[in-house]
Write a protein that binds this ligand. Structure first.
Ligand code: ADP
Ligand code: MG
Length: 224
């Protein structure tokens, strides 16, 4: 079963001087349930742009994106936002944790949006912190955690809503080898629960651990 279907997607950005710069051109691919897919390409090749399109953060100029059988461009921005919160999880290179909040509070944030009460929020947040091996760090603020630990908090925050698709944009970019390995293992482990994992990376080592690698070159995808 496909969870993502991309057909003939193109995207260009309008520069200040009015020039249009094409980033994606007639991109086609599918992602199956429980599959791990690496999206590789040089810096500036459009990896993050593609990921933003797949998650409905931005819309393509042309083509169609089906995510969990929904055509994202047919929905309003707040509906896409709600859809993201319910079905998609995100992990970024730069973590984006709330500095004034504890690990537990950060992880519980997506559940506040869903209107879930405090007791259940905290239980579920604690449960996923345990899954990433950070139960004894739940009261720590991000500044009191190592880079690897902060990224594990981000993973916990991404999975607390039990997403169908997990997106990770260069999640090991700020980590040493040991922590990178641990983060990759955690992320790819979710495929066993039928979560699809889409990993943007320029680390060959990380890409090779995925079931499939898509290369972005000159705005086009080649499936090698
Ligand atoms: N909002 C934007 N406005 C204009 N240009 C953008 C915007 N976002 C990305 N770009 C340009 O699109 C290209 C691809 O960017 P990006 O998707 O971030 O690449 P990658 O993630 O592969 O490094 C780059 O040349 C970048 O400068
Ligand atoms: Mg990027």
């Amino acid at each position: 079963m496909s969870v993502i279907e991309v057909s003939e997607v193109s995207k260009a950005f309008l520069m200040a001087e009015g020039r249009k710069v094409p980033v994606l051109q007639n991109v086609n691919f599918k992602v199956e349930q429980g599959e791990s897919v690496a999206i590789c390409g040089r810096s500036g090749s459009g990896k993050s742009t593609l990921l933003h399109i797949l998650s409905g953060l931005i819309l393509p100029d042309d083509g169609k994106v089906l995510v969990l059988d929904k055509e994202l461009s047919l929905y309003k921005e707040n509906e896409r936002c709600d859809f993201r919160n319910r079905f998609l999880g995100f992990v970024f290179q730069a973590f984006y944790l709330e500095q004034s909040m504890t690990a537990l509070e950060n992880v519980a944030l997506p559940l506040i949006v869903q209107g879930i009460g405090k007791k259940e929020r905290n239980e579920r947040a604690m449960d996923v912190l345990r899954k990433v091996g950070l139960e004894d760090r739940s009261g720590h603020k991000p500044s009191e955690l190592s880079g690897g630990e902060q990224q594990r908090v981000c993973i916990a925050r991404a999975i607390v809503t039990e997403p169908r698709i997990l997106f990770a944009d260069e999640p090991t970019g700020n980590l040493d080898e040991k922590n990178s390995n641990m983060i990759m293992e955690l992320l790819l482990g979710f495929t066993q629960k039928n979560t699809s994992v889409i990993l943007v990376t320029h680390e060959q080592e990380d890409a090779k651990r995925c079931s499939r690698i898509l290369h972005l070159v000159d705005g086009r995808i080649s499936d090698l």
